[in-house]
Ligand binder design. Structure first.
Ligand code: NDP
Length: 214
């Protein structure tokens, strides 16, 4: 009898790296829980053995409920890809407080929320993997994205410290730090940074496709 592959949960699965990762895992035959705010986008992928849930990663209860529903259907979550993220370019002094808050709550609290929702169960089962998607901006600083870079540096530290805490329980924590990747994340660049965005594209040439990160 063929055994069912274990459940993979992915946040920010409606576009870019998350969507590409979902399609890749699905091709390998894994059951999936896809989470993001745009439900119809995830549903439009039409992936088999897949539960799509409208989830805002800033809300721990929404993640917990989605994980619980998926586990009832497919068994314990074996891997969580904490991928949801946003960027607002702009110098610290020019960015609104609300923009700063949104980036911190999504990129950092969203990752913490995802970890909270699955880590205890993984430690109890002594099995599981959490993949946190950070960025090269979490390894070296660059202009115009202090808050984004701050959240990504924090994701690196958080992942490494928790990795040490749970490695004895056969639970793995992995951090991925992609370089510039062609996705929707740059679609809301403020006017003042559009020029810089185009210069960056010129300087760096072809950006990675999301499928490469997947
Ligand atoms: P996209 O904008 O294509 O994807 C971001 C995903 O995050 C979308 O599915 C979006 O879905 C989801 N998302 C955003 N906010 C929330 C929220 N509050 N709750 C739930 N989901 C949310 O960008 P990428 O694929 O590029 O980004 C994925 C990750 O990769 C991010 O963490 C980003 O920082 C990182 N990264 C990207 C790089 C790049 O060059 N593109 C480079 C390095 C790292 P929805 O709007 O439907 O909620």
């Amino acid at each position: 009898m063929k055994t069912q592959k274990p459940l993979i949960a992915i946040t920010g699965a409606s576009s870019g790296i998350g969507a590409a990762t979902a399609k890749k895992f699905s091709k390998e035959g894994y059951p999936l829980l896809l989470m993001a705010r745009r439900l119809e986008k995830m549903q439009s992928f039409n992936l088999p053995k897949t539960l799509c849930k409208q989830v805002d990663v800033r809300n721990l209860d929404q993640i917990r409920n989605a994980i619980q529903e998926a586990e009832e259907k497919f068994g314990p979550v074996n891997c969580l890809v904490n991928n949801a993220g946003i960027i607002f370019w702009g110098n610290f002094i020019d960015q609104t407080h609300d923009a700063k808050k949104q980036v911190v709550e999504t990129n950092l609290m969203g990752v913490i929320n995802g970890m909270e929702a699955v880590l205890k169960g993984m430690v109890q089962r002594e099995k599981g993997t959490i993949i946190n998607v950070s960025s090269v901006a979490g390894r070296r600083t660059s202009g115009g994205n202090a808050i984004y870079g701050g959240t990504k540096f924090a994701v690196h530290a958080l992942t490494e410290i928790v990795r040490q805490e749970v490695s004895g329980k056969n639970v793995r924590l992995i951090v991925i730090a992609p370089g510039l990747t062609e996705t929707e994340i740059f679609s809301n660049i403020p006017e003042a940074f559009k020029q810089r965005y185009h210069e960056l594209k010129e300087e760096t040439g072809t950006w990675l496709p999301a499928s490469s990160i997947a």
